[in-house]
Design a binder for this molecule. Structure first.
Ligand SMILES: [Zn+2]
Ligand SMILES: [Zn+2]
Length: 445
């Protein structure tokens, strides 16, 4: 395949732009400019293989681990070539970080805190809430996960960051998550919009306020956007059922059970649906950078990117990603699996996914401990019009495994406050009670 060929509609738009016939590509609600400059940080080998004849400004760089990177100035439409190479040749998601300005890209490389992310002095990760977690696991509902995947992958033609659909989907996710919280006063949700290259697509953050350890933050996240090789803007056909409606649906199921159970964490637990992951991990990077700048204490991040494809050739049920991750947290993910899923007959193995492969890399680069479970060997229909629930077998059975792991992660790392909430929740704490103070939330837009 010739990686230098542009997708049809986008190529046409570029030609029109070049001739001055239109001022911007029509993306419905969004003005998306395929000729806009974008600055990419990628692994050198990936970049060279994807864009061999690239003639723009390419500067060699190294990250904190000594990996050979490039920082390259290019045009937005050229990201398609880069993405396609990562997806179709390297057979993975993500693959690079993208920035609106060279200065931001330079600052990103210069501020690489990956070593801190790998070596962070962490709280002891322990498994000591078996009673609570084992009570949750049987509640995982395949139909509930399936219904969310179905909605996210069919309600709109795509969830592309630069489309009107991609702006509607996060609102639905926020409302869905808030409805599960059923008015709990210690649960709030917001749209995170402080991202200058997310095309206006917000990320969604739902916060369960911690009690006595509220300053310590536990994050469970996945990306809400989708992308495909067919069409562009509002007309892109990108159902993204596995990538990553499955991750959002899995998170939603973890949250549903937490709320049904009246779970009150000692630490603050945040659920995040990241914007614009498919075009350079933009939403998660903006959040992680913001949290780093504010000195937030994030004690663990779990990434869910694709949870529902079971490869016929797979010899294990799930994998734990070992790169871009904090080794101590990776071990904790394995320990959680061994404590909660292995006794049910499930098996695990290790895997790796390369530079900037998903949103946990944003957290690692910002100096926070992050890690990821993986559904198993590569889903071959990733980033195509065929990433549909039907092609995943028409059910969400496989995702129930990572949903259970998500519950274990939340319960063990979020820990358990002495009293669980009973609906309706108590909302009249004595004033000055530090256990119920509000966390410092990101500024609202
Ligand atoms: Zn993807
Ligand atoms: Zn993905």
């Amino acid at each position: 395949m010739n990686m230098r060929i542009l997708a049809g509609p986008l190529a046409a738009a570029c030609l029109l732009l070049a001739s001055g016939a239109v001022s911007a590509h029509d993306h419905g609600a969004m003005a998306f400019d395929p000729m806009a400059p974008v600055y990419v940080v990628a692994e050198r080998g990936t970049f060279q293989a994807a864009l061999r004849d690239f003639s723009g400004q390419v500067s060699p760089r190294r990250d904190a681990l000594g990996r050979q990177l490039v920082l390259a100035g290019m045009r937005e439409h050229q990201l398609e070539d880069l993405s396609r190479h990562v997806h179709e040749v390297e057979r993975r998601c993500g693959g690079y970080f993208a920035f609106a300005t060279r200065a931001e890209a330079e600052a990103f490389v210069a501020s690489d805190a990956s070593l801190r992310g790998f070596r962070a002095a962490l709280p002891a990760y322990a498994i000591e809430h078996q009673g609570m977690v084992n009570g949750w696991l049987p509640q995982v509902s395949e139909p509930a996960i399936r219904a969310t995947i179905q909605h996210l992958s069919t309600a709109w033609p795509n969830r592309y960051y630069a489309s009107s659909h991609g702006h509607a989907a996060p609102l639905w996710i926020r409302d869905q998550w808030l409805s599960l919280a059923a008015g709990r006063s210690d649960v709030s949700a917001e749209l995170f919009t402080a991202c200058n290259n997310c095309g206006g697509q917000p990320s969604v953050i739902l916060t369960i306020q911690g009690t006595d350890l509220a300053d310590e933050i536990v994050v469970l996240g996945g990306h809400l956007d989708s992308i495909s090789n067919s069409g562009s803007g509002d007309h892109m056909n990108a159902p993204g059922a596995d990538d990553d409606a499955s991750g959002i649906a899995t998170l939603t199921e973890v949250l549903r059970i937490a709320m049904v159970e009246g779970y009150r964490p000692r630490r603050t637990v945040m659920f995040m649906a990241y914007s614009a992951e498919e075009v350079g991990l933009r939403g998660s990077r903006a959040i992680a950078q913001r949290f780093a700048a504010e000195g937030r204490n994030v004690v663990g991040v779990l990434q869910m990117d694709m949870t529902n494809y079971r490869s016929p050739g797979s010899t294990s049920d799930i994998r734990v990603m070992t790169d871009n991750s904090n080794p101590q947290l990776v071990q904790f993910l394995k320990d959680l699996f061994d404590a909660y899923l292995a006794p049910l007959g499930y098996t695990r193995s290790d895997s790796s996914c390369g530079y900037a492969c998903s949103d946990h890399a944003s957290w690692t680069q910002a100096g926070f401990p992050a890690a990821m479970y993986d559904e198993g060997p590569f889903f071959p229909l990733l980033h195509t019009t065929n990433d549909t629930l039907d092609r995943l077998g028409g059910n969400a059975q496989h995702a129930t495994i990572i949903a259970r792991l998500g519950l274990a992660f939340m319960g063990e790392l979020g820990r358990e406050a002495k009293a669980r909430l009973q609906p309706p929740p108590p909302i009249t704490p004595p004033s000055g009670d530090s256990r119920l103070r509000r966390p410092t939330l990101p500024p609202r837009p």
